[in-house]
Design a binder for this molecule. Structure first.
Ligand code: ADP
Ligand code: MG
Length: 415
């Protein structure tokens, strides 16, 4: 059953940019009025290059007109582009220690916070930010081979040594390899039809825009006859296999809290960036040789039109929040529900959730208020987080930021 759920993941592994204000995590949403807009991030243009941003701003020419884009050269960072007196100035926004900064003096939790600050005061910029240039359409991440090339993400097949298969993915085999003398994982596109190629490229595109020690990182892509994604190598494979194969006798309380904290840390980062993962589960967390857990399987961005019925896949029902199942509402809050299930997986050493309930009945039981019991030996603090994550009301679930704090506290006292 677990295998079926895994196979059927298809588009479920996507991350979705949360565009609607109502779905923003509370940390982003303390004062919805502050940007005076229905969409908090309307000035966010995703991955467009310097030239394109200049063209957009110079087309309008209003002092203080601005947009924010993803940095192509510094993955994980952003660029603020501002029009002032016939010129466009670009400011790099550095992501450092979970904060954003332009001048290493003012630090912000998130982009809206930074933009708000410079809307009030130029504070060293050429002008204060006056008019956001809204992005047309809703596509945050574009897919174009030229962008990968110009961003320095292209790897030549000649530099890659391809080894044996280590896993099976949605798009084809995952192979072990060597790149510049370092072990890597290579995701190879099986059938190079247009749609699959686009999907894999979109996954890669999203991966170029995020960077965190607990997110599996993309090293580059090969774009020759077939597409290969070259990924950081995670030597101990998926967390669920790790938990099952080693079990209670090998895995310590410390290992468990470390896995939980690692995963939560990546999720807090995504939450801050208003990205929903949509398929958080122990099968999509990988473990490296140092026993660090990292979230993988970013899948597709911006599939806002996503409809499971059209995809025809089976849903990972046991991991999905009720509102995600019923209304297709994927947010950091629905990720939090899945995180609760993931915690349960960690503390039950990789058991399949709702062990005694047939898959077909799970939704009904959950809707009637049934929740899983604590796994044997699970610390009460962890079970409290699970039950909070499984609040039927998404807004009442905690943020990843808050849960991370609790896990850090618990980590500190776990031996
Ligand atoms: P997909 O989500 O496209 O179906 P996955 O990313 O889940 O594929 O990969 C399938 C399997 O391949 C994983 O369960 C894991 O065993 C292996 N794998 C994937 N990425 C890596 C990696 N970076 N390092 C090591 N093994 C990996
Ligand atoms: Mg997977």
């Amino acid at each position: 059953m677990f295998r079926n759920e895994k196979k059927s993941r298809f588009v479920l592994c996507q991350m979705l940019l949360l565009t609607s204000l109502s779905s923003l995590p509370t940390s982003m949403n303390q004062n919805p009025e502050r940007t005076g807009s229905q969409c908090l991030l309307r000035w966010f243009h995703g991955k467009i290059d310097r030239r394109k941003s200049e063209k957009l701003l110079l087309d309008i020419k209003t002092n203080g007109l601005f947009l924010v884009r993803e940095s192509i050269h510094y993955p994980g960072d952003y660029t603020l582009s501002v029009y002032h007196k016939n010129k466009v100035e670009h400011y790099r926004i550095i992501y450092s220690k979970n904060k954003l900064t332009i001048d290493e003096e003012g630090f912000f939790d998130n982009l809206p916070g930074l933009v708000e600050h410079y809307t009030k005061d130029a504070d060293g910029l050429c002008t204060k930010l006056i008019t956001p240039l809204p992005k047309q359409g809703g596509n945050f991440f574009s897919v174009s081979p030229e962008e990968f090339a110009s961003g320095g993400w292209t790897i030549s097949l000649a530099d890659l040594i391809i080894g044996e298969p280590i896993g099976k993915g949605e798009f084809g085999d995952v192979l072990k390899g060597l790149y510049k003398g370092k072990p890597v994982a290579i995701k190879k596109l099986k059938d190079d039809n247009g749609a699959a190629r686009d999907q894999l490229l979109q996954e890669a595109s999203l991966m170029t825009s995020v960077r965190h020690p607990n997110l599996v990182s993309l090293l580059g892509i090969v774009q020759e006859e077939t597409i290969y994604l070259v990924l950081e190598f995670m030597g101990k494979g998926s967390l669920v296999e790790y938990l099952r194969s080693r079990g209670r006798s090998v895995i310590t309380k410390k290992d468990q809290i470390n896995f939980a904290t690692d995963t939560c840390s990546a999720m807090a980062y995504l939450e801050d960036r208003q990205l929903a993962h949509r398929d958080l589960a122990a099968r999509n967390v990988l473990v490296n040789d140092e026993d660090t857990a990292k979230v993988s399987d970013f899948g597709l961005a911006n599939r806002i039109d996503y409809n499971p019925a059209q995809v025809g896949g089976k849903l990972p029902i046991k991991w999905m929040a009720p509102e995600a199942l019923k209304d297709n509402k994927f947010t950091s809050k629905s990720d939090m529900w899945s995180f609760g299930i993931l915690l349960w997986e960690i503390y039950s050493f990789g058991r399949v959730p709702y062990p005694r309930i047939p898959l077909a009945d799970v939704v009904m039981h959950v809707e009637r208020g049934y929740r899983m019991e604590a796994p044997e030996g699970c610390p009460p603090e962890i079970y409290t987080i699970m039950t909070e994550a499984w609040n039927g009301d998404p807004e009442k679930r905690p943020t990843f930021k808050i849960v991370l704090q609790k896990l850090h506290d618990l980590q500190a006292v776990t031996v």
